[in-house]
Design a protein around this ligand. Structure first.
Ligand SMILES: Nc1ncnc2c1ncn2[C@@H]1O[C@H](COP(=O)(O)OP(=O)(O)OP(=O)(O)O)[C@@H](O)[C@H]1O
Ligand SMILES: [Mg+2]
Length: 480
C-alpha cells in the first residue's frame, strides 16, 4: 500500500466515523421507547443517571416483592418491556441510547416474566426483563428496570436499575427498594437448603416444608431432647434479656452418634418446634456457599444453620477457595456472625473423632456437644411401639427388644415396614403385623444376605463407616 492509498483509507475511515456519529446524533428521530422514557423523566438521554444494584439469583423473588411494595404506594404501575435482539447484553441506558432509529432496533415490547418459589408450595411471577415508570421518594420521576438471572447475559444474579435525572433521586429510590426488599424477604421464617447448580456453579436455594414431629416421636435417652431444645430454642426465647445482660446469643450444637440413631430426626424435630425461625440447611459441597448462608441467617435471624454430616467435608480442600479445608471455611463463617446474633449452628456427624482436633483447636464454635447413642432396651421397646408394634403382648415385645440389641432407631422403622409387607402376603391381610410377621422380618434382617442392609441400617460393625455417602442434605430432611 503506498502513501496515497493509506491517506485515502484514513479519509474513508474518518468519513465513516462522522456518518456514524450523525446517525446517533440527538437530531435523529428517537424511537418510541426513548421518547416515552425521556418524556417521563423530562430529561435528555445523555443527562440520565443510572444507579444499579445486583443481588444473588436466589434473591429475585424478594427483589420483586421489594419493587412491588415500592410501587404500591405510587399509583398503578404499568410495566413494559423491550423488544429487539441483543437486549440482554445491554444495560437499560445503552438500550435507550441505541434505540434511536437507524442504529439498533429496540422498541417497546412485552414484559418478560418467570415463576419463582417463595415457599415449599408457593410461587410468584417475577419480572426477568421489564421497565416501569414511577417516582423517587423526593417526587422526581424515575424509571425502574429489573433483570432476572435468565435475562442476564453471562451474569449471575438479578438486579434493579434506577434511572433518573439526578443521582440523589435514583439513589434514594434504590435504597428504599432495598429496605422494602428486606422487610418482605421471602426467605424469612422459611426452611431453606442450599444446593449448587451443576450448570454454572451458582448457588440455588430450595424451600422445604416445616416438619411437624412431636416429642413422643423422637426416642432418645432421658433428658437429651430437652437439653437440645433448651439450648437452641430456649436461649432464643430469652434473647432480649440475655442481650440486655451482655450475654451472647450465638450458639453451636454438635449432634454426634452412629448412623440412623436420629441426629437428622432431632434436627427435624427442632425445626418443627420453632415456627417462624429461619433454617438454612447445608451439606456436602454446597457448604462452599456457607458464607452466603451465614450472612443470610444473620439477616433473617432468629435462624438456625444446619450443617449435616460435617465430617464428610472436614478435610475437603477441593471446593474451598483458599484451598484450606471446608471445615475452616465453616468455622470462619461461624466466627463471622456477631456473638449478639440469634443464630444457632447445628452440626451433625457420625465421626466425632474426626472433628475433635479441629474443634479443640478452635474453641467456642460448639458450646454443646450431644451424643445420640444407639437405643437401650427401654428405648428399643419405645421404638417398637412408635413404629407399630405396640399391640403385641409384653413377652413378645421383650423378646424383640432382646434380639435387637445394638440396633439403631432406623432399624426399627425398617423392621416394622418389612413386618407389614410380610403380613400383606396373607389373604385377607390383617390390619397390623403379628409376632410371626415380625419374627420373619427380624430373621431376614439379622441373617445371611441381609448382612449388608443390616449394617447400613445401623447394626454394630467393626468398620466405622463402611459406605461413605455424600448427601446434599435434603433427602433425610425431605423424607417422611
Ligand atoms: N431416635 C429416634 N426416634 C425415632 N425415630 C428415629 C430415631 N432415630 C432415627 N429414627 C428414624 O430413622 C430415620 C433415619 O434416622 P436419621 O436420619 O435421623 O439418622 P441420622 O442419625 O441422621 O443418621 P446419619 O448419621 O446416617 O445421618 C428417621 O427419619 C426416623 O424415622
Ligand atoms: Mg443424618
Amino acid at each position: 500500500m503506498d502513501l496515497q492509498d493509506a491517506q485515502a483509507l484514513a479519509r474513508a475511515i474518518q468519513k465513516l466515523f462522522n456518518d456514524a456519529h450523525k446517525v446517533i446524533d440527538d437530531s435523529q428521530p428517537v424511537s418510541e421507547l426513548a421518547a416515552r422514557v425521556t418524556e417521563h423523566l423530562s430529561c435528555a438521554l445523555r443527562d440520565l443517571v443510572c444507579v444499579t444494584q445486583s443481588f444473588q439469583n436466589w434473591e429475585h423473588a424478594s427483589l420483586q416483592r421489594g419493587v412491588d411494595a415500592y410501587l404500591e404506594t405510587r399509583g398503578e404501575p404499568a410495566w413494559y418491556g423491550v423488544s429487539g435482539q441483543g437486549r440482554s447484553h445491554s444495560d437499560t441506558i445503552d438500550i435507550l441510547t441505541m434505540s434511536r432509529r437507524g442504529f439498533e432496533h429496540f422498541e417497546i415490547g412485552a414484559v418478560d416474566y418467570a415463576t419463582t418459589a417463595t415457599g415449599p408450595d408457593q410461587t410468584i411471577d417475577v419480572v426477568t426483563f421489564g421497565l416501569v415508570e414511577t417516582f423517587a421518594p423526593d417526587g422526581a420521576p424515575i424509571l425502574i428496570g429489573m433483570r432476572g438471572p435468565a435475562e442476564m447475559f453471562r451474569r449471575e444474579g438479578c438486579r434493579v436499575e434506577v434511572i433518573a435525572a439526578s443521582r440523589a433521586s435514583a439513589t434514594a429510590a434504590r435504597e428504599e427498594i432495598e429496605r422494602l426488599m428486606r422487610r418482605h424477604d421471602v426467605m424469612r421464617g422459611q426452611i431453606l437448603t442450599f444446593g449448587v447448580s451443576e450448570h454454572r456453579g451458582n448457588s440455588l436455594v430450595t424451600f422445604l416444608p416445616r416438619p411437624a414431629l412431636g416429642p413422643d416421636e423422637v426416642i432418645l435417652p432421658e433428658g437429651v431432647l430437652e437439653t437440645v431444645e433448651r439450648h437452641v430454642a430456649g436461649i432464643g426465647r430469652h434473647a432480649r434479656a440475655l442481650l440486655a445482660r451482655g450475654r451472647h446469643l450465638k450458639r453451636g450444637l454438635l449432634l454426634h452418634g452412629p448412623p440412623g440413631t436420629g441426629k437428622t430426626h432431632t434436627v427435624r424435630y427442632l425445626m418443627g418446634r420453632m415456627p417462624g425461625v429461619t433454617v438454612v440447611v447445608m451439606a456436602g459441597t454446597a457448604l462452599r456457599a456457607v458464607s452466603d448462608a451465614a450472612a443470610l441467617a444473620r439477616r433473617l435471624q432468629p435462624a438456625i444453620v444446619v450443617v449435616e454430616d460435617v465430617d464428610l467435608i472436614a478435610h475437603e480442600r477441593r471446593f474451598s477457595e483458599e484451598g484450606s479445608p471446608l471445615l475452616f471455611t465453616l468455622f470462619d463463617a461461624m466466627d463471622g456472625i456477631g456473638a449478639d446474633a440469634d443464630v444457632t449452628f447445628v452440626l451433625t456427624t457420625n465421626r466425632a473423632d474426626l472433628l475433635e482436633e479441629a474443634l479443640a483447636g478452635r474453641p467456642g464454635r460448639v458450646d454443646l456437644a450431644v451424643e445420640v447413642p444407639r437405643p437401650d432396651p427401654v428405648r428399643r421397646a419405645a421404638l417398637l411401639r412408635l413404629y407399630g408394634a405396640g399391640h403385641l403382648a409384653e413377652p413378645d415385645l421383650e423378646r424383640l427388644v432382646t434380639r435387637t440389641e445394638g440396633m439403631t432407631a432406623s432399624f426399627f422403622k425398617e423392621l416394622l415396614r418389612r413386618a407389614v409387607l410380610e403380613s400383606l402376603r396373607e389373604d385377607p391381610a390383617p390390619d397390623r403385623p403379628g409376632m410371626a410377621h415380625l419374627t420373619v422380618a427380624l430373621e431376614e434382617m439379622l441373617h445371611g444376605h441381609e448382612a449388608l442392609t443390616r449394617s447400613l441400617l445401623g447394626a454394630p460393625r467393626p468398620a466405622p463407616r463402611p459406605v461413605p455417602r455424600v448427601t446434599d442434605g435434603t433427602e433425610g430432611l425431605l423424607s417422611e
